[in-house]
Design a protein around this ligand. Structure first.
Ligand code: ZN
Ligand code: ZN
Length: 303
């Protein structure tokens, strides 16, 4: 059997954060200071997602560090005390607005969040649904939403602030309905507390450019992490395999079949797991947990 990897071995890996703030909204540090913080810690790219403000700091990018044009849009649900936040990442940089306000989106029943997604998409942005647990949205609040590219499954800022950062339930609910949606780990850092460099994505792309990175993100050619590294994930005939940094557990998640968890013997670690598929699974994805409890998540492969 020949392996069919979810990644391309000729491409490079780029580490980045799709969601952070600066003094241009409610962050503590100026954009160049945020960039320096991430560069120093080994990141290759980040996106400023200022509240209701488009930014495109292309002048602050160079050959080794890329700033993606971004924005964070809020759609209020005042009646319920819930909210929808959406991050937009521009896919080319061409025509991306800089320091222009994003007009507020009316909730208008449940229509508003879809209107926010549609507006971002029509303006050339990938749309990411943010921190569903922090926003306290129920499944019925978002189940009808379509056309967005990803949902935050880990938001480090929310996790550090109020243990509301990790949530996979809504993501899996979309996947079980056959809706292709990627899961992203982000920082949402504001730098007032230690809410940076805790959740990231590793993007498998040819070059560090806005186009190549966002094309890879749109195609799901990345994984999310708070620590572990995933070297490979894919199919070998009817077997799914994962290669990763030393782990205490590797979980293979499938639907409607239940998948399988693999554990290292006490005091040891594992860096490979495989699982024979039955053939009628809708999708398969994997989670890797290291000895400190940090997690990496692959995107799903739809079968
Ligand atoms: Zn937010
Ligand atoms: Zn934010």
């Amino acid at each position: 059997m020949t392996r069919k990897s979810a990644f391309c071995s000729q491409y490079s890996w780029f580490k980045g954060n799709l969601h952070c703030h600066s003094t241009y909204s409610d962050g503590k540090l100026a954009p160049h200071e945020v960039i320096e913080l991430y560069r120093r810690n080994g990141w290759d790219f980040l996106a400023f997602a200022e509240h209701e403000l488009y930014s495109n700091w292309e002048d602050l990018s160079d050959a080794s560090f890329l700033v993606l044009p971004g924005v964070e849009v809020e759609v209020d649900v005042p009646k319920f005390g819930r909210c929808h936040h959406l991050v937009g990442i521009h896919t080319s940089g061409q025509g991306a607005r800089h320091l222009e306000n994003s007009p507020p989106v009316d909730m208008d029943g449940m229509v508003g969040a879809q209107r926010g997604i549609d507006r971002l998409c029509s303006e050339g942005y990938l749309a990411i649904y943010c921190h569903p647990l922090w926003s306290r949205v129920e499944w019925e609040d978002i189940s009808e939403l379509r056309g967005f590219n990803a949902i935050e499954i880990y938001n480090h800022g929310c996790e550090v602030e109020s243990h509301t950062g990790i949530h996979l339930g809504h993501w899996d609910s979309f996947l079980r309905r056959g809706i292709v949606l990627w899961g992203v780990a982000v920082d949402d850092s504001h730098q007032w507390i230690e809410d940076y460099c805790g959740g990231w994505i590793m993007v498998n792309a040819p070059r560090l450019t806005v186009h190549d990175l966002t094309a890879a993100i749109a195609a799901g050619r990345f994984y999310s992490s708070t620590g572990p590294t995933i070297a490979d994930f894919g199919l070998d005939g009817d077997t799914v395999y994962v290669e990763c940094s030393p782990a205490r557990a590797i979980h293979i998640v499938t639907y409607e079949e239940k998948g399988r968890s693999h554990y290292a013997p006490p005091g040891e670690s594992i860096s490979y797991a495989s699982h024979s598929l039955r053939g009628d699974e809708l999708f398969v994805r994997a989670e890797v947990v290291d000895s400190q409890g940090r997690i990496a998540w692959t995107n799903p492969i739809f079968l």
